[in-house]
Design a protein around this ligand. Structure first.
Ligand SMILES: NC(=O)c1ccc[n+]([C@@H]2O[C@H](COP(=O)([O-])OP(=O)(O)OC[C@H]3O[C@@H](n4cnc5c(N)ncnc54)[C@H](OP(=O)(O)O)[C@@H]3O)[C@@H](O)[C@H]2O)c1
Length: 261
């Protein structure tokens, strides 16, 4: 296995009891990183922490709380005040028609998917710069590169985050602190499966058939495995990834059709 040279580093992985966050936490734990993981539902979070401990032998602390609140962020930071690695993640905003969204709906989306990662970056980045090592990975969405029509709040809030970190990443890179974004296309997570189940009910077909059809339209011919996503996150956090600065890496099986970028 590739040695990422981050053994005994400390990480906060947000929204990590399931799905992509969990996959990132697991991949970091496999590389020997000590973890604080968060999610709102204590029971699921504790169970995930135990499963990661069992599989990897890593130290994993579960901190239950809503990461989009000041209290949730303070609790995570209290458990790991000086992280070397920060993986920002949170639930995505609802879909729908923008004509139906109020200012409060927008404020929630901007808070969860733009301001929450920015506040966590603000709380941790100066320490990373002083210690001359830091890796920040933001889980955003393929919608940043290729807007999804009924996910306007996701398109908007996540692009705002991307714009902000594009500037900040270049101010901290000389301290061996990097900020990069991972942009998921379709990945087999609980969230994705619940969307696929709704679609299956609508069309009166099996969920697996919906997944197969959705996978078929990507050049890879399938939807993604969260483990693949976690491996990309761990790679961006590697000691040798200090020259990868301010990038947005799309993991979508080639669905975004372009020659470059
Ligand atoms: N899966 C995909 O194909 C895909 C594609 C594009 C973008 N994304 C985005 O990637 C992110 C992760 O998606 P996923 O598919 O991994 O979702 P998931 O399978 O539903 O998992 C979401 C995780 O985040 C936690 N969480 C949600 N809101 C939270 C909050 N406010 N505070 C703390 N923890 C919270 C959940 O636990 P609790 O509910 O217990 O808090 C759970 O552990 C989302 O923003 C999603 O929109 C996913």
């Amino acid at each position: 296995m590739l040695d990422l040279r981050i053994r005994d580093r400390k990480a906060i992985v947000c929204a990590a009891s399931k799905g992509l966050g969990r996959a990132c936490a697991t991949a970091l734990a496999r590389a020997g990183v000590e973890l604080v993981i968060t999610a709102r539902t204590r029971e699921t979070l504790e169970q995930t922490a135990e499963e990661i401990r069992k599989e990897t032998g890593a130290k994993v602390t579960a901190v239950a709380g809503d990461i989009s609140t000041e209290a949730g962020r303070s609790a995570a930071l209290a458990a790991c005040p000086n992280p070397d690695i920060l993986v920002n993640n949170c639930g995505g905003p609802p879909h729908g028609d923008f004509r139906e969204w109020s200012v409060e709906d927008w404020q929630k989306a901007v808070n969860a998917n733009m301001l929450t990662p920015i506040m966590l970056i603000k709380a941790t980045i100066d320490g990373m710069c002083e210690r001359k090592f830091g890796r920040i990975v933001n889980i955003t969405s393929g919608s940043v590169k290729s807007p999804i029509p009924n996910l306007g709040m996701s398109n908007g809030a996540r692009t705002g985050l991307t714009g902000f970190v594009a500037g900040l990443a270049r101010q901290v890179a000389r301290h061996n602190v990097t900020i990069n974004n991972l942009l998921p296309g379709p990945f087999r997570t609980d969230r994705y499966l619940s969307l696929a189940s709704a679609e299956a009910r609508r069309r009166n077909i099996a969920v697996e058939e919906v997944l197969a059809r959705q996978g078929e339209v990507t050049p890879a011919g399938r939807i993604g495995d969260p483990d693949e996503f976690g491996a990309a996150c761990a790679f961006l956090c590697a000691a040798s990834s200090g020259f990868i600065v301010g990038q947005s890496l799309l993991l979508d099986g080639g669905a975004f059709n372009s020659t470059m970028g």
